[in-house]
Design a protein around this ligand. Structure first.
Ligand SMILES: [Zn+2]
Length: 308
């Protein structure tokens, strides 16, 4: 147990953690009559088997613990930033997304249900911020591509729900996509977690959902969201539309193109690399066959009934 962990645990057992409302800055709780306005009121602090540590992120300094709700004894997750401005900023940003009325209808399905953000000063030096969320299940432990078709399909639908009305939000940049942010609920449906880098969607989403067996859009020719492209690739929905011959560059695939067509389009590059027409045809043929096998594999991934 390090000092932040100890500070966080002390705060969770304390009676100083007070609910803060980000979307209602005028919220007046000065009368103190708002039931459930203390963490202590909604979380069972008497049970000594809690809090249990669930996860710790070295990047964001956020601890996640499992706690127990007072109301029905169900387990919830508690994300805690203790004496960390980076962690606090991230939790506040995330809480703002949960408190927005736009995400209310998604909570409990594709997003976890939100139970509030709490803050308190454990001692005069350290501020502790924590957020209580539904415990939806375990995150994926391997890349999305290994999940069955129905689940991958449902994950693409979940992301498309985030990107369209009423939520209209981007969970993060393409580089921030992680399979660990996808949780399989007890009912087999996906829940997407961690909104610490989420932001409102700018304008309408150009294409919130790609069908399986779609060819990857050519970069720069359309306005697809990076996040949607990334998860569609991860789910095995998008197929490359070109094959690469080393040193020559990509050949754009078309089912009607012949070997002679590919040779014609790359003749000067291939001749510069020392290929004559016969040798060029052979190497194109070999790469095209490999690419067609790849397409066959991708088609199998894009169909129900081919699950592991
Ligand atoms: Zn989008």
């Amino acid at each position: 147990m390090d000092s932040r962990d100890k500070l966080a645990r002390d705060a969770l057992k304390s009676q100083f953690m007070r609910r803060v409302y980000l979307e209602r800055p005028d919220h007046d709780d000065s009368q103190g009559c708002n039931a459930g306005s203390l963490l202590h009121d909604i979380v069972d602090v008497a049970d000594d088997s809690y809090p249990r540590q669930f996860h710790y992120s070295r990047e964001t300094y956020v601890y996640i613990y499992v706690l127990k709700l007072r109301s029905d004894g169900s387990e919830v997750l508690c994300k805690v930033a203790a004496a960390s401005l980076t962690g606090e900023k991230r939790l506040v940003q995330e809480a703002r997304m949960y408190e927005s009325p736009n995400t209310a209808s998604l909570q409990g399905t594709v997003m976890p249900k939100y139970h509030g953000l709490f803050q308190g000063d454990v001692n005069s030096f350290f501020k502790v911020t924590c957020m209580i969320l539904e415990h939806c299940g375990k995150p994926l432990s391997r890349p999305l591509i290994h999940e069955d078709f129905a689940f991958r399909d449902a994950v693409l639908n979940a992301y498309s729900q985030l990107h369209t009305a009423p939520a209209m939000l981007v969970k993060g940049d393409a580089s921030e996509y992680k399979y660990e942010d996808i949780v399989r609920r007890g009912n087999g449906q996906p829940c997407l977690v961690d909104y610490g880098s989420s932001r409102p969607h700018r304008g309408d989403c150009d294409q919130p959902r790609f069908d399986f067996k779609s060819f990857t859009p050519i970069p720069g020719t359309d306005l697809s969201c990076g996040e949607i492209l990334e998860v569609s690739k991860a789910a095995g929905a998008l197929m490359d539309n070109s094959f690469e011959i080393k040193g020559i560059g990509p050949m754009h695939y078309h089912p009607k193109k012949t070997i002679a067509d590919y040779w014609r389009s790359a003749r000067s590059e291939m001749m510069a690399r020392g290929y004559n027409e016969t040798g060029g045809h052979e190497v194109i043929q070999k790469h095209l066959e490999e690419y067609k096998n790849y397409l066959k594999d991708m088609e199998a991934l894009g169909k129900p009934g081919n699950d592991e």
